[in-house]
Design a protein around this ligand. Structure first.
Ligand code: DX5
Ligand code: ZN
Length: 218
């Protein structure tokens, strides 16, 4: 079963609770929350208070994508706020096992994200320890960017490792995912599709979500 994780980055922040309820009601599997610090990525978004604010609005897992430096420092705050899954960027973690361990000790699922230019091989030593791999299909920082085709090879590769070594981590993709690009991601091995503008920038969110799910079946 392919999972859909609408990214609230493209939602109307003035009506955030309603936005989250809407995609929950239309069958979202996770709520994807993009945290940016203005250092690792050239944009600033939101932090634990917003996670805490949407926590009572939905029972769906909150999938928190940390695009921040020093993620270890903020893991306790995100747990307390109600995050279920935390993904951290390989590019900022000098001691990746330590960070993954810290997330798990706080009772959350732990995943690692790689940018489009980061080789998948950097994940090999951490594969036994993680619940999720997030392959960025754009450079992180903004919604509404175009899908980078060369990331498909990495999705295929981590999917092959998952099969060959018998791991069960989920493969998530993020950036430029829409009804045209989603099928290529799924064919390559992705299980979780993050979509921001392809859902929240559309008038009819239900239709937008069903279109993506239909496209991956076809
Ligand atoms: C980008 C974020 C994405 C973003 C995706 O840095 O990590 O989650 O919201 O937006 P779309 O789907 O519009 O590319
Ligand atoms: Zn994201």
């Amino acid at each position: 079963m392919i999972k859909l994780a609408p990214s609230i980055l493209a939602a109307d922040f003035a009506r955030l609770g309603e936005e989250v309820k809407e995609v929950d009601q239309f069958g979202a599997d996770y709520i994807h929350v993009d945290v940016m610090d203005g250092h690792f990525v050239p944009n600033i978004t939101l932090g634990p208070p917003i996670v805490e604010a949407i926590r009572p609005v939905t029972n769906l897992p909150l999938d928190v994508h940390l695009m921040i430096e020093n993620p270890d420092q903020y893991i306790p705050s995100f747990t307390k706020a109600g995050a279920d899954i935390i993904t951290v960027h390989q590019e900022v973690c000098q001691h990746l096992h330590r960070t993954i361990q810290l997330i798990k000790e706080h009772g959350m699922k732990a995943g690692v994200v790689i940018n489009p230019a980061t080789p998948a091989e950097t994940l090999l030593p951490i594969l036994p320890d993680i619940d999720m791999i997030l392959i960025m299909t754009v450079n992180p920082g903004f919604g509404g960017q175009s899908f980078i085709d060369s990331t498909l090879g990495k999705i295929k590769l981590v999917n092959k490792w998952r099969k060959d070594f018998g791991f069960s981590f989920e493969i998530e993709v993020d950036g430029g995912v829409n009804s045209k690009t989603a099928k290529r991601c799924v064919d390559a091995g992705a299980d979780v599709l993050v979509a921001g503008s392809a859902i929240f920038a559309q008038e009819d969110r239900n239709k937008a979500m069903q279109e993506i799910l239909q496209a991956v079946k076809g």
